[in-house]
Design a binder for this molecule. Structure first.
Ligand SMILES: Cc1cc2nc3c(=O)[nH]c(=O)nc-3n(C[C@H](O)[C@H](O)[C@H](O)COP(=O)(O)OP(=O)(O)OC[C@H]3O[C@@H](n4cnc5c(N)ncnc54)[C@H](O)[C@@H]3O)c2cc1C
Ligand code: FES
Length: 356
């Protein structure tokens, strides 16, 4: 579908929000999901995903926030060349990183974001505050400096509007540059001291802030940010016994050197997919992923990153078997129900059926 840009908002020096005119209810989405932009740049079709920052209940338009990545093709193109009135080709909202209040056992929710990782969180925060009056939210938001805080005003306003239900702690690297890090060694018998050169959050500091929210470790946690930050947070949360963790990775952990077709992938397989109630069949040849096989057969399966990261190509394998190069983006629950990612999935049986 083509959507018209109706508003553009400069959020920080290197991040703009783009809002699109959509008749209410015409593009249903869940808080946490993303839109895939399909652009033609230098004659090549390029896809990138951007998380929705708006909420169906509160915003008249559907919007995303795009932060420039140094040397990045699409993030800079959108920030430099897109104006109000332009039309962009966009695929339907997708993604498994969604706010699921029905599955949550506590009224509290913990959200941890870094940089542009705030975009899906803002949609979740607004949805929870406006739709579920018993929800209480704690947000830890990590940035380099105050000037880098995306949606600063919107967050402040929500905090002011819901003082008993939304707590926000901003961690700014700049404020912690040169601070002393004390690490406990040998069961706390010896301490080692060092200086935090860049001011990045440490596991000890993360645990201190999370503890200050006074949450049960049954609280569901939503996490999205740069890889380094996500690793620190995961380690801290694991240490504190938090188990209900949902993660959104904006950058894939796959590099050309670790992309290896699974050794049990078979030579040729027939894949049956059921997409929007329609059944379609195609063959996948040796070395091809299920998505590659579909594309070569002219079948348009939803996809974006092609790196097992965004989950746009998520499906459930209902018969046969599939091996994946990476399943990092899927939860244990999704894996248990037969969830697969077509872009990094390879058939290991001669016949495979998938419901998308
Ligand atoms: C599910 C999902 C949701 C996303 N939501 C958002 C969002 O709401 N807002 C947003 O700004 N971005 C978001 N992204 C990231 C976005 O899709 C692009 O990857 C990003 O804009 C960079 O694209 P590019 O074409 O500018 O850079 P490219 O030309 O693809 O990449 C240039 C270089 O930068 C590296 N790189 C790519 N992305 C990042 C990054 N985020 N941080 C650091 N280095 C990077 C690449 O590995 C490469 O080396 C999301 C990604 C996914 C998978
Ligand atoms: S296309 Fe992104 S996970 Fe498959």
């Amino acid at each position: 579908m083509e959507l018209e840009v109706v508003n553009i908002e400069a959020l920080t020096e290197d991040c703009k929000a783009f809002y699109f005119a959509v008749p209410k209810g015409k593009i249903p989405f869940k808080a946490g999901q993303f839109l895939t932009f399909v652009l033609k740049i230098n004659q090549e079709e390029i896809r990138r995903s951007y998380s929705i920052c708006t909420a169906e209940e509160t915003d008249p338009f559907i919007g995303v926030a795009v932060k420039r990545v140094k040397g990045g093709l699409v993030s800079n193109y959108l920030n430099d060349h897109i104006n109000i009135g332009d039309k962009l080709k966009i695929e339907a909202p997708a993604g498994q990183f969604v706010y699921e209040p029905d599955k949550e056992v506590t009224p509290e929710v913990l959200l941890i974001a870094g940089g542009s990782g705030i975009t899906p969180m803002l949609s979740i925060i607004k949805t929870a505050l406006y739709q579920h009056p018993t929800k209480r939210l704690s947000l830890l938001y990590v940035n380099r400096s105050e000037a880098d805080i995306i949606f600063y005003k919107a967050l402040k306003q929500l905090e002011h509007q819901f003082p008993d239900r939304l707590k926000i702690v901003h961690y700014l690297n700049e404020a912690h540059k040169g601070s002393v890090i004390v690490e406990k060694k040998l069961f706390g018998l010896f301490n080692s001291k060092s200086f935090n050169k860049d001011g990045f959050i440490t596991t000890a500091k993360a645990q201190e802030i999370i503890t200050s929210f006074s949450l049960s470790n049954q609280t569901p946690v939503y996490l999205c940010g740069p890889i380094g930050l996500m690793n620190i947070m995961e380690e801290s949360l694991q240490h504190m016994g938090f188990q209900q963790l949902r993660k959104e990775h904006f950058v894939s952990n796959l590099t050309p050197s670790n992309v290896k077709v699974p050794s049990n992938a078979i030579g040729k397989a027939t894949i049956t997919v059921r997409l929007n109630g329609k059944k379609q069949q195609f063959d996948v040849l040796k070395g091809q992923s299920i998505l590659e096989g579909a594309v070569l057969s002219g079948i348009d399966l939803p996809h974006s990153c092609k790196q097992g990261n965004c989950t746009a190509c998520y499906g459930v394998c209902t018969s046969g078997d599939v091996a994946m190069i990476t399943d990092e983006a899927l939860t244990d629950e999704e894996l248990a129900e037969g969830g697969i990612l077509a872009c990094v999935g390879y058939p290991t049986t001669k016949k495979v059926s998938i419901k998308l």
